[in-house]
Write a protein that binds this ligand. Structure first.
Ligand SMILES: *Cc1c(COP(=O)(O)O)cnc(C)c1O
Length: 480
C-alpha cells in the first residue's frame, strides 16, 4: 500500500497537456453566450420549483427521502453521498443531448460542447486513477463488466471468479446474471477458516479450469486484494484479468488501497460507490495498447473496448452522467477527498474493533477498507441478518444483511451484516461516533426477541431511546 506521503506525491503531479487544451476550449464556448434569453443559472435554478408545481407527488417523495436521510444513519457499504456539484451536473440540460459514438466521431450534430465534457471526464478519470485509458460511458458498474466480458469472451468461454455467496458480485458469473447465462463460470473461494483469499488455492483452480478471463474484486470482502498476485496467476494460465474495484475505487484513487490499474488488463468500477454519480467506468493501465484479434484485424484493447461499448453493448451515452463523473473525478484529486478515504478506513477499523470488543464475530477479525462484515448468528444462535437489518432500521440505523462465506442460513435471511463508513465519514463522524454507533447496534441486537428467522419483537422503550439517540447523532452530522 502507498504511504500517505507517497500518495500525496502522486497527487502533486501536474496536469496533462490534453486537459489543458480542453480547458482552453471551454473559454471559447463561453464567448458564444448571447444573453438574449434567461441565463443558464436562472434556467437551472428553477428545477425544484418546476418539480413542486408540476408533480407534487414526486416532489413530496423527494422531500420524504431527504428527511429520511437527515434523520437516520447510513451504514450501507455500497452507498455514498455525492456532492451538490455532482447533483447539479446530473440535473442539467446536458441530459438532453443525444449522440452516439465518441468525442470527435459522433453520429449526431451539435456535439462540440459535450465532446469537451466527455474529454474532460476521460482526462480526469485517467489522472484520478493513474490510468492510460478511460471509458466514461458505461451506464453502471454492471454495464462496465458486461462491456469487458462481451469484448473478451465468446459464448461458452470460461470465467473464473469469486462466488456470489463468497463476496463476489452478480455480474461476475452468477447463474441469474447474463454472465452466468452465456458463459461457463467456475468459482474460487475464500479460505474456510480465515475467510481470506487463498492465492495458492486460486492458482490451483486456475490451472485446472484454464479460464479465458479471471475476475477479481468483491462486494463483500474487507481485506486488501493482491491484484499483482492475480495477474501472476492470470499470466500463468493465459487469461485476461478483470479487476472490479467498485467498492474500493475511492480508496484506490487516494492511494489507501493498492491499485489494480497496471496489474489487471481491465479495471471496472461503479462511480457512485466512491462518491460520484451513478454510472460505470472502464480503465486500463499498461495493457491498453496490447493487441487483440477482432474479426480479421488486430486492434488494441482500448479500441476494442470502445467498439464494444458502442455499438456493441450500449447506445447513446448519458452525457449528464458523464458531466457529473467529470465533476466527481476532479473532486477525487483534492486533498480533502484523499484524506477522507484514509478516514473512512480508520472509522471502519474503529467500528470493527468496538464491535469485536463487545463480543461480535467480525469476519477476518477486522478490516482494511471501508467495510465491516459481522456474523450476527454467532452472537445469538437464533438471530439472522434479516432480523438484525429490520430491527436496526426501526431505530434509524440503515444497514444491509449479507450472506457470508459458507453461510449456513438461506440467502433470504443470511447470518451476516455488512456495514460501511463512507457516508458517516463524509458527514464528519469520527472514532467517538463509531464507538457510539457500535454501542447502539449492540443495544438493539441484544434487545431483539427473535421468533424464527424472519419475525421478532423489540421493546418499545428500547426502540424509543435508541431512535432518539440516532436522530440526535444524525442531526449533529447532517448531510454534506
Ligand atoms: C456494486 C457493484 C457492481 C455494480 O454496479 P452497478 O452500478 O450497481 O451496476 C459491480 N461490481 C461490484 C463488485 C459491485 O460491488
Amino acid at each position: 500500500m502507498l504511504s500517505e506521503r507517497q500518495s500525496c506525491r502522486r497527487f502533486k503531479k501536474g496536469r496533462s497537456g490534453a486537459l489543458r487544451e480542453v480547458s482552453k476550449r471551454v473559454k471559447g464556448h463561453m464567448e458564444q453566450e448571447t444573453g438574449r434569453f434567461v441565463g443558464c443559472d436562472e434556467y437551472h435554478k428553477g428545477v425544484l420549483d418546476a418539480l413542486r408545481e408540476s408533480d407534487p407527488h414526486i416532489y413530496d417523495l423527494l422531500r420524504a427521502e431527504y428527511e429520511r436521510l437527515q434523520n437516520t444513519i447510513q451504514l450501507i457499504a455500497a452507498e455514498n453521498q455525492c456532492s451538490r456539484a455532482v447533483l447539479a451536473a446530473l440535473g442539467s440540460i446536458v441530459q438532453n443531448k443525444t449522440t452516439e459514438g465518441f468525442a470527435g466521431a459522433r453520429y449526431h450534430g451539435g456535439c462540440a460542447v459535450v465532446d469537451d465534457i466527455e474529454q474532460l471526464a476521460i482526462g480526469r478519470a485517467k489522472e484520478a486513477f493513474g490510468a492510460k485509458y478511460a471509458n466514461v460511458q458505461p451506464h453502471s458498474g454492471t454495464a462496465a463488466n458486461q462491456i469487458v466480458v462481451t469484448a473478451i469472451l465468446q459464448r461458452a468461454d470460461k470465467i473464473l471468479s469469486l462466488g456470489l455467496d463468497q463476496g463476489g458480485h452478480l455480474s461476475h458469473g452468477a447463474r441469474v446474471s447474463f454472465t452466468g447465462k452465456f458463459f461457463d463460470v467456475e468459482n474460487y473461494y475464500v479460505d474456510k477458516s480465515t475467510f481470506l483469499l487463498d492465492y495458492d488455492a486460486i492458482r490451483t483452480k486456475a490451472i485446472q479450469v484454464k479460464p479465458k478471463l479471471i475476475i477479481c474484486g468483491a462486494s463483500a470482502y474487507s481485506r486488501t486484494i493482491d491484484f499483482g498476485m492475480f495477474r501472476v496467476i492470470a499470466d500463468e494460465v493465459g487469461a485476461y484479468l478483470l479487476a472490479d474495484i467498485s467498492h474500493i475505487a475511492g480508496l484506490i484513487a487516494a492511494g489507501a488501497h493498492p491499485s489494480s490499474i497496471d496489474h489487471a488488463h481491465f479495471t471496472t468500477t461503479s462511480t457512485y460507490k466512491p462518491g460520484g454519480p451513478r454510472g460505470g467506468l472502464i480503465l486500463m493501465g499498461r495493457d491498453f495498447q496490447t493487441r487483440i484479434r477482432a474479426g480479421e484485424r488486430q486492434i488494441t484493447l482500448a479500441e476494442h473496448i470502445d467498439k464494444t461499448t458502442f455499438p456493441g453493448v450500449q447506445g447513446t451515452p448519458y452525457l449528464n452522467n458523464v458531466a457529473a463523473k467529470a465533476v466527481f473525478f476532479q473532486e477525487t484529486l483534492s486533498e480533502q477527498y484523499r484524506q477522507r478515504q484514509f478516514a473512512i478506513i480508520s472509522n471502519a477499523q474503529r467500528l470493527a474493533g468496538a464491535l469485536a470488543n463487545r463480543g461480535y464475530d467480525v469476519l477476518t477479525g477486522g478490516t482494511d477498507n471501508h467495510m465491516v462484515l459481522v456474523n450476527v448468528a454467532n452472537l445469538r444462535p437464533g438471530l439472522t441478518g434479516l432480523v438484525a437489518q429490520k430491527a436496526l432500521e426501526q431505530v434509524g440505523l440503515i444497514v444491509n444483511m449479507n450472506r457470508l462465506p459458507y453461510d449456513t442460513k438461506a440467502a433470504s435471511v443470511t447470518s451476516g451484516l455488512r456495514l460501511g463508513t463512507p457516508i458517516v465519514t463524509k458527514n464528519g463522524m469520527g472514532h467517538e461516533q463509531m464507538d457510539t454507533i457500535a454501542g447502539l447496534i449492540d443495544t438493539v441486537l441484544r434487545g431483539i426477541k427473535t421468533a424464527g428467522d424472519i419475525e421478532y419483537s423489540l421493546d418499545d422503550s428500547l426502540k424509543t431511546s435508541v431512535k432518539d439517540e440516532v436522530v440526535r447523532l444524525s442531526q449533529e452530522f447532517p448531510m454534506r
